[in-house]
Design a protein around this ligand. Sequence first.
Ligand code: ZN
Length: 258
Amino acid sequence: MKRLESAGLAWYRFESWPQVQHGVFTRRGGCSPPPWETLNTGGNIGDRPQRVRSNHERIFDALEVNERRACTVWQVHSADIVLAQGPVRGRRWLAKADGMLTAETDTPLVMRFADCVPLLFYDPVQLIIGMAHAGWRGTVADIAGRMVRLMVDAWGSQPQEIQAGIGPSIGQNCYQVGEEVVEAVQRRCGTLSGLVQRDPTDGSAWLDLWACNRLLLERAGVRQIEVAGLCTACHLDEFYSHRAEGGRTGRFCAVISL
Ligand SMILES: [Zn+2]
């Protein structure tokens, strides 16, 4: 990904997507104090609502997208996906879900992260964008493949035309998982090769969420995949990490808009 800066904010964009407005924002340039310092966008983790609102405004201004048309979901580690047509009157989120897709222009999709994988989608032929939130649960529920199949079913996208981006999230070297997670990966993927690594000394298991999502995207027919390769737990100066910060942290923001 390419790193950009403006007005104290810093964000990353996928290098293969010059045509679509998007960014995965770092934690820099916001107004929240520790432990959410500084550009926290998480709304129910103790930070004050007016600070969270102000941080969102800074993000929409930096990216020059329409805040009034922004759509988001209440993220619940599911594989449920909503088709976004615009904000719903009277509430801040469309539904409890972990994926959004839209063909609407000027309708930014917004989600929040702190180790889970931001998956971004762009079909330059049908002009569809999407975003998903994939922790291990969403990953093994194949939210990546479900996003692709919904683009195919709803708009006639061709998987080989779809571009997918795997954003900053916890890397394999920092992501030890339990045996129930290993079993779920085995069930979904039919293999652990290249996905889970065992420590030769203690047998502990370490999951590669980037490789897992890449595999599931490829199985859904996607050929154009860019992986950020940025670990949130290794870069606490730029990102929030639920794992590395013991749960006392904020949420960084990803935005995409046609
Ligand atoms: Zn790391």
